[in-house]
Structures are given as structure tokens and as C-alpha cells.
Design a protein around this ligand. Sequence first.
Ligand code: CO
Length: 153
Amino acid sequence: MAKRKIVKFGDDILRKKCRDVTDFDDRLWVLLDDMYETMTAANGVGLAAPQVGILKRAVVIDVGEGRIELINPVITMAKGKQREKEGCLSSPDLWGYVERPAKVKVTAKNRYGKEIKLEGTDLLARAFCHEIDHLNGIIFTDIADEMVEGDAD
Ligand code: CO
């Protein structure tokens, strides 16, 4: 595994729509392993492939409940509302309040191409939405209703 450089806000690559992953091979596995290492080294809870400069629909998440990998994820259900302070590893000094669903269901592939279905509430639901937004070129500042200065809490 190796840490990769995290692309920062302002880079066009964060504004592009990512392609579906079609090859579930060792190249993908190296990418996922590198993304996880990069995310944990930066104390993040989620990272999307475009944040390391790769325009593929791949996401890693760990909100403290273990590692999650989502390939070609689709949100199949969104319910309720939550509004919390949110940040992004591509903008370490920027925070904002974003309204998200309180609960979401996601269908995706795992690293071997097998279909998986996951459900998240609270922080995990927020992470699913935030990271899947990245795959569509959307960053949280696009949808934040209030920006705040300084670090998280
Ligand atoms: Co982000």
C-alpha cells in the first residue's frame, strides 16, 4: 500500500463525473488499498477515487465501524433529514452545515464485482452521500447552507 496525494478544491478533476468500474482486478485493489491508507493517514472517514486523481466510481469509508468499499454505488433509498457540520479531505480548513438524509440504502459492488447492499444512518448515511456526490463532481460546498471557519468542533 502507498499513500497518494489528495487533490484539493479548485482542481477540475473534482468536478468531473466518474466512469463505472468495469475491471475488478488487482489495479482496482491497489487503488482501494491506497485510498484507505491515504484516508486513515489523514484522519478522514471517507475518500472517493477522484480525490486521488482517478475518475472511477470507487469509494472507501470508515466511520469507526470498519472498512467499507463501494464500487459503482447507487443510493436506492433516502429517508428523513439530518443537518450537521461536514468537511472534506480535499479542503482541510473548510467546514459547512449540510442537510442530508438521516438514513440511506446503497447498492454497490465489492472489490470482486459482487453486488452488496448496505444501509447507513447518521454519520454513515452522511458519508455515503458525501462520497457518492464526489463521483458526480459535486462537493459539499455546493450544497452547504452555512459555512463555518476553523477546525471541526
Ligand atoms: Co469529500
